[in-house]
Design a protein around this ligand. Structure first.
Ligand SMILES: [Zn+2]
Length: 269
């Protein structure tokens, strides 16, 4: 599933393509036909990402809400759009650009109270200027739940997925199973600052890189990572391979139905 940096990049991209325009909105597949008809021809005033949620704010208090989920994908281009192939849920067109959405978990219109409710059920997003990390620590510091599970819970922190969580915990030297209530305030402040830095870097690069300069392939004389996610990481999807810092084989274990990765030496607990 795309992590928050991807959604923030999409929000910026869509503002660049259609901001201030009155795009024609359609649902070639038909499943969003009614919503598309209401949006069509209204001004796209702003776009916004909140965690893994994308919002297009149109004039007249109409907000399009998209959650890509596991299979959702956007495609865009200049000029005339191609013939819609497959299940195109949403299509925006202007005289300059087109944008298609396929396979989302959510593609719906929200009223202002519904937008407020969505924001209300999400934790702070490290990529947003209005994020309040104290809100997250209030939840974490009272909870016996493993830290990794808390950080993956979008009501605690929004936008973080398995790669950011796994890697930030490695960089902090914290085991993923550490009960939230054992995380110190200073520990949280450092972890939050690192999430902000890692996620901002990912927005800029369009991929997740978490490895410090000293552990890059060229610095270590090791081959670069080959993975469809791209990016250099410490432990994510590297079970059994040597830790880039200490050489210990990376461990893998399950937590709430997800695979977790960690170095038992660098992240003792
Ligand atoms: Zn290690």
């Amino acid at each position: 599933m795309p992590e928050g940096h991807t959604i923030h990049r999409l929000a910026a991209r869509h503002a660049e393509l259609f901001g201030g325009d009155k795009p024609h909105v359609a649902s070639p597949q038909g499943r969003f036909a009614e919503g598309a008809a209401r949006l069509s021809g209204t001004v796209l005033e702003a776009t916004e990402a909140y965690g893994k949620h994308l919002l297009h704010h149109h004039a007249g208090e109409l907000t399009l809400h998209v959650h890509l989920g596991l299979y959702g994908r956007f495609a865009d281009g200049a000029g005339e759009p191609p013939e819609p192939v497959g299940q195109v849920r949403l299509r925006l067109t202007s005289d300059r650009h087109w944008l298609d959405l396929r396979g989302p978990t959510a593609c719906e219109l929200l009223t202002p109270p519904e937008v407020a409710a969505l924001r209300g059920r999400l934790g702070p997003d490290p990529l947003r200027a209005d994020a309040d990390p104290d809100r997250a620590y209030a939840r974490i510091s009272r909870s016996p739940t493993p830290l990794a599970a808390l950080l993956l819970d979008q009501s605690v922190v929004a936008g973080t997925g398995l790669i950011f969580v796994t890697e930030a915990l490695f960089r902090a030297g914290l085991p993923p199973t550490l009960p939230g209530r054992r995380l110190t305030r200073a520990g949280w402040d450092a972890l939050w600052a690192d999430l902000v830095a890692l996620m901002r870097l990912a927005v800029g690069r369009g991929r997740i890189d978490t490895v410090r300069d000293a552990h890059l392939p060229e610095a270590m004389g090791r081959p670069a990572r080959v993975d469809r996610h791209g990016g250099e990481v410490y432990v994510y999807r590297r079970p059994g391979e040597p830790c880039h810092v200490c050489g210990t084989p990376v461990s893998r274990g399950g937590l709430a139905g997800r695979n977790l990765y960690w170095c038992p030496t660098c992240q003792p607990g």
